[in-house]
Write a new protein. Structure first.
Length: 121
C-alpha cells in the first residue's frame, strides 16, 4: 500500500513539475504574424493571466497548462464570459512557440503545420 502511494505521489509530482516548467517557459511576451500577416502579441503572466492583442482587438483570460495531454494543451478561460477553449502548443527551445486552435470537433491538430509561430520578445 505504501509503495502504491509513493508511486502515485511520484507521478503527481512529475506531472506537476512538467506543468510548472511549461508555465515558467511560457511567461512573457510572444510576437508573431497571423495568416493575413498581421501582428499578434500573446502575453502569458503574471501568474496564469493571458492577454492576446490582434488587429481586431484584445482578449483577456486565464490559462492552465495540461501537460498530460499530447500535444501539450492550454485550457483557456476568457474574461468576457465567452466560455473556455483549449489551445495546443509546442515549445521550440525557449524562444519559439507554436500555438494552434483545436479542430472543429475539439480534437488536437494532427500537426503544427498551420500553427501560429510566435517568438519570445
Amino acid at each position: 500500500m505504501m509503495h502504491q502511494i509513493a508511486v502515485s505521489l511520484m507521478i503527481l509530482f512529475s506531472v506537476s513539475s512538467a506543468m510548472t516548467q511549461y508555465e515558467d517557459k511560457l511567461q512573457g511576451e510572444w510576437v508573431g504574424k497571423d495568416a493575413a500577416q498581421d501582428t499578434v502579441t500573446v502575453t502569458f503572466g503574471p501568474k496564469n493571466s493571458l492577454l492576446i492583442k490582434t488587429v481586431s482587438g484584445i482578449a483577456k483570460g486565464t490559462y492552465t497548462v495540461n501537460a498530460k495531454q499530447r500535444p501539450n494543451r492550454l485550457d483557456v478561460k476568457w474574461d468576457n464570459n465567452d466560455g473556455g477553449s483549449p489551445w495546443f502548443f509546442d515549445l521550440q527551445g525557449n524562444t519559439e512557440l507554436l500555438l494552434a486552435p483545436p479542430l472543429l470537433d475539439g480534437s488536437p491538430p494532427d500537426d503544427f503545420s498551420g500553427a501560429l509561430l510566435l517568438k519570445k520578445k
